[in-house]
Design a protein around this ligand. Structure first.
Ligand code: SAH
Length: 541
């Protein structure tokens, strides 16, 4: 009878994570060969009439030779590996031994490789979702691989922002490799980069530590640890490591996080760096491709920097540190809270910063919304601020929509509008929120139609909550108080908005929130929607 070698990955170590095929493959073999610890791990799956050959860890080659020899004698031999047998496991070795002996697929012993869950996957699942994006595995064991090659792989992976899973990070005698890996990574990645250390995933003595690149060596790392290093976008949330599916494509003032909702992310205009976008139009944004042998603009810039800085710190930053590709910086500008008049020099500044490739859109909120592809938002912020413009973030933030107080004639309430802008303007909220402030009872700038409205009248403020600003079921806010003293108004508004910030569901508009919670800061919601059933009619119907 023709023998068979079954090279079986049994996963991280727990019975639950062994595949059905791996179990069956173990069952159908009459001989089991493996490293002693692994044989012990699957002991519960073995039967009495199976011959067990357990060996020491370093005897991989003799294990492979023995397996092949036994299969040639007609045995069904299970060679067991932890994780996946094809990832730093026995699969390749078995083939090497067979090939050495002139094995052919057709005529030789049968070979089956049974896949298993590799450490990168099992450890990732315990850490959160750190892999998600392009990732690689690097074994730090230099027994079979020259250290110089390992070093250059770490360098390449670090430079190109791969998530990295380090296997075999450290052993009793091999302690320097992980220190070297850390040193190389720190050339390119922030010391705060999240790092997960998982020891004995899904085994008895499982240990999960979430740390960062700077601190990682202060924790225990050993033979049974896998070290997962996040990329430049990986974040920590509640002790979990999470790598977003893509890179941040847009950002706004004071915000390093991904402000785009998932459904907004995969649009072409949000991906100025994609191959398709870059080749579709020949815009000045696209840097000219240098002819062969000619230095690129970036090379020239780096050379110039090197000359002026005289050291290579700067060079490392430019040449090495992974720079997220040029993203779109979005923000809104206006001449002021109570001022609607742009000056000519301000418009010139706007034209300059927006340039050929940005967009400028005048919004219903009397703001100019800007979208500028740039790697240097600070410079833009500086120019716009110097031109006397008021800068605000965009997205799910608080926007203050004040009237022009009759060109400043009705100026008494302007200081409150300005204080609210200073204190709360641009804060992140569950959903965009417009706060309307009008300077007299005419309320001609429509404060009562906003999510929250305040109207200054006879030396005090009337307060409107929960306007539904759009849609066929749109309605003004409900008047909840009249005559709030000016020295109280900022505090009242602040408390309402903080409540919404804390208790609103993601994406829940303020009017829905008010309706749901029924009471905000002592103001009670009254249902003022018409009793008539109104057909929902979204745009286009
Ligand atoms: N074939 C295995 C890898 C063998 S190399 C696989 O696919 O997972 C041995 C290294 O794998 C260890 O040094 C450790 O880095 C990692 N490893 C294997 N099992 C692990 C487990 N249960 N928990 C954490 N790391 C593990």
């Amino acid at each position: 009878m023709k023998g068979k070698v079954l090279v079986i990955g049994f996963g991280p170590g727990s019975f639950q994570h062994i595949t059905d095929r791996a179990r069956a493959a173990i069952r159908e073999s009459n001989m089991i060969i493996g490293y002693k610890t692994y044989v012990d791990l699957i002991e519960g799956l073995l039967t009495e009439n199976q011959e067990i050959v357990s060996t020491g860890m370093t005897e991989e080659v003799s294990r492979a030779q023995e397996a092949v020899k036994q299969a040639e004698r007609g045995n069904k031999v299970a060679v067991i590996s932890s994780g996946d047998a094809g990832v730093y496991g026995m699969a390749g070795l078995i083939y090497e031994v067979l090939i050495e002996k002139g094995w052919k697929k057709e005529s030789g012993v049968e070979v089956e490789i049974v896949p298993g869950i590799s450490a990168i996957n099992s450890c990732a699942s315990l850490l959160g979702a750190p892999v998600m994006h392009d990732a690689c595995t690097i074994s730090l064991s230099d027994h079979l691989t020259p250290w110089q090659l390992i070093e250059s792989r770490i360098d390449a992976a670090a430079k190109t922002d791969f998530v990295i899973a380090f296997y075999n990070p450290k052993s009793g005698r091999r302690t320097k490799q992980i220190e070297e890996a850390q040193r190389i990574l720190l050339k390119y990645r922030s010391p705060e980069t999240p790092v997960g250390l998982v020891k004995s995933a899904y085994r008895d003595r499982e240990q999960v530590v979430v740390t960062n690149l700077k601190e990682m060596l202060n924790h225990e790392i050993g033979m049974l640890t896998t070290v997962i290093v996040g990329n430049s976008s990986t974040v920590l949330h509640d002790g979990l490591m999470i790598t977003p599916r893509g890179y941040q494509r847009k950002y706004t003032l004071n915000q390093a996080e991904q402000p785009l909702k998932l459904h907004q992310r995969l649009t072409k205009e949000a991906e100025p760096w994609s191959l398709e976008a870059a080749s579709a139009v020949e815009t000045p944004l696209r840097r000219p491709t240098p002819a062969e042998g000619e230095p690129s603009l970036r090379d020239l810039a780096e050379q110039a920097l090197q000359m002026v800085s005289g050291d290579n710190d700067q060079t490392v930053t430019l040449a090495g540190v992974y720079q997220p590709a040029e993203a779109i910086f979005e923000l809104a500008v206006s001449p002021g809270v109570a001022n609607k008049k742009f000056t000519a020099p301000q418009l010139i500044t706007l034209a300059e910063v927006v340039g050929e490739n940005g967009v400028m859109e005048y919004t219903q909120d009397h703001q100019m919304k800007l979208g500028i592809p740039t790697e240097n938002p600070d410079e833009i912020i500086e120019k716009l601020t110097q031109a006397g413009l008021l800068l605000a973030p965009v997205g799910d933030v608080l926007t203050i929509k004040a009237c022009d107080f009759c060109d400043g004639d009705k100026k008494d309430s302007i200081p409150y509008a300005e204080e609210l802008q200073r204190k709360l303007g641009g804060i992140q909220l569950p959903k965009e929120l417009k706060l309307g402030i009008n300077g007299c009872g005419m309320a001609c700038y429509g404060a009562v139609k906003e999510d929250i409205g305040i109207v200054y009248r006879q030396g005090a403020f009337d307060l409107f909550l929960g306007g539904k600003t759009v849609g066929r079921t749109g309605h003004p806010g409900q008047i909840v108080a009249e005559g709030i003293e000016p020295d109280q108004i900022v505090g009242v508004i602040e408390n309402i908005i903080r409540d919404y910030q804390e208790y609103g569901y993601p994406n829940e508009r303020f009017f829905k929130f008010f309706k749901r919670v029924k009471q905000v800061q002592g103001f009670t919601h009254v249902d003022i929607t018409p009793k008539l059933q109104i057909t929902a009619a979204p745009c286009g119907d």
